[in-house]
Structure formats: structure tokens, C-alpha cells
Design a protein around this ligand. Sequence first.
Ligand SMILES: Nc1ncnc2c1ncn2[C@@H]1O[C@H](COP(=O)(O)OP(=O)(O)O)[C@@H](O)[C@H]1O
Ligand SMILES: [Mg+2]
Length: 323
Amino acid sequence: MEDLVVRAEGLRKRFGKTQALDGVDLAMRRGTVLGVLGPNGAGKTTAVRVLATLLRPDEGSAFVAGIDVLKRPQDVRRVVGLTGQYASVDEDLTGVQNLVLIGRLLDMTGRDARQRADELLAWFDLAEAGQRPAKTYSGGMRRRLDLAASLVGHPEVIFLDEPTTGLDPAKREDMWGVVRNQVASGASVLLTTQYLEEADALADEIVVVNHGKVIAHDTPDGLKRRVGGQTLRVRPADQSRLPEVLQVLDAVAAPGMTAVRDEAAGSRPGAASVPVTGDAALAGAITQLSRSGIEVTELALHLPSLDEVFHTLTGRTKTEELV
Ligand SMILES: Nc1ncnc2c1ncn2[C@@H]1O[C@H](COP(=O)(O)OP(=O)(O)O)[C@@H](O)[C@H]1O
Ligand SMILES: [Mg+2]
């Protein structure tokens, strides 16, 4: 089995004057979650539509589960689940009927289809609503039914295009649970999102897309490290040793930086922190603290938030601009 379950090279797609994809390479390892992050108009949906065989690129190649997307689209469709597509929900049918219909289209027996429908509706907290026509569903319920529909056939590769946009935080976390469940049972998930914390929480690797180009591909922590700006914080058990801690931190500081005292808040004892450039600083500080016999209650390396990373990579100032 090929290790890369999605592999795309040099994808280009133009709509009139818009170069939606401008040479996109993608790679997703089997059994992992790949997060595709990018501002509105970056080309995320276009890339997903190419991979899901809904759109032909002008140039480039793509393979899903080792199958050539351009040469064997029918075979690709058999292994892929896509939210909101084959999933197309019929408004007049109930939740159960929609899912059973899809199961039947996938050659399941009536009994298996019904069983799968009930299982999925329970997962998505739609068991009760399952008897009502889909047109009576709220927006959030619709999205969940869409996602359930894409999972009926136990797809090995799942494409989720902004699966949690518009969901309230509780439902969003339910959805994260579903994604994790799918991965635990062997599926691979490519999801686009406008929520940095979602990519951080779910993705094994993140591809950052901007203006139809991939501008970064790394693990969430790798992205944060790349942008730098880590902070090492140490809180001594004995406050009288804070001056020594400051000295230890100065010795491992990033060039030109000095350690500062963090204000003690209320009964919380004081700490010291310093900007550092790499993991070596952490090891150096630990060695020196233990040599000096300084006991600590906190010792942590804080990475920058993914928000800061995204800002640095795309030059955008606010997360809101992602929407
Ligand atoms: N069918 C289309 N016709 C014309 N322009 C399109 C079409 N689909 C996408 N685009 C344009 O291509 C660019 C990328 O769109 P899209 O892939 O939807 O971005 P994203 O999903 O990252 O928001 C945008 O400028 C968008 O307006
Ligand atoms: Mg989109």
C-alpha cells in the first residue's frame, strides 16, 4: 500500500482571469489528518474539487489512494467521501431515508443500509430528527446530515471542506470527535478550515495555501517553530532564587534578549521568562538549574500561537480575514 493516500503535483486551474490554483503540490500520509488552511479565495475548495474528481485541472496530476484522478475518476469516487456532494441531501426525505438511499446506491443491502443510517444518525446526534424531512432541519443539523451522508460507505479517504463553519463550539467539538473516530478506524481525512485552532487540534500536518500556492507544509508545531518566537518560562519553588533563575535564563537567551521577571499575581509566586530560539535552550536551562540545585514548579517552552504563525506567513493581520 502506498504511504501517500493523496498526492498532487503542479495543479493549476484558471477561472477567467483568476488563477485559482497556481502550481499546488499536496501530500497526505495514510491514516492521518491533513489540514488545508488559507484565507478566503486561496484555492482550498478548488483543490478539494480536483481531488474529488469534480473538476479537471488545467495542468498537473493527482492520485488518491494510488488511483489517477484524471484517468480513473470513477474508481476514485468509490474510495472517497466528500461532504455535501454524493452526500447531496434530498430535502423531502427524512434523515433516515436520505442515508438509506445513499447506502442502497452504494450497493448495500436494505438491512445494512438501515443499520449504517441508524449508527450515523446516533453519532451525529440526529437520532430523533432522523424521522423528520431534512427541510425541517436547522443549518447545523443539515451540515451534520451532509457529513453523515459522506460517511455511509466507510470511505477510506474523506474530504471535508470547512466541515464546522457555522457550527456552535459544542457541535464543532462533536465534529472533531467524529473526525478522530474516522481516523482511529483507519480513514485518512483532508479538511479545509478557516479555524486555526481546528487545524491545530486535528491536523497531523498543515498545508497553508495563499493565492493558489502552497506557502508552507509542516506539522502544527513545526510551523510554530519555524516562525520562531518561543518563550522559556521558569518558576522557582523558592522565590529567593529568582535572581539566579534570571541568570540561568540570560545564558540561554536568543541573541540580544534578556530574561525578565513575570509579575507575581496574587498568591501566585513569581517566575522568569526569556525569548529563545530553539529546543537547545530548554536543555541548557534544565542542566544549569539542576546543577545549581534550583527546584522549579514550572518549566515550559511556549510556542507562538498558530494565529501568529499564520499572520507571519500570509502577512494578514487578523484571523477574521480568513473568513
Ligand atoms: N467556478 C468558478 N468560477 C469562477 N471563479 C471561481 C470558481 N471557483 C472558484 N473561483 C475563484 O477561484 C479562487 C479560489 O476559490 P476557492 O477555491 O473557492 O477558494 P477557497 O475555497 O480557498 O475560499 C477565488 O478567487 C474564486 O473566486
Ligand atoms: Mg472554500
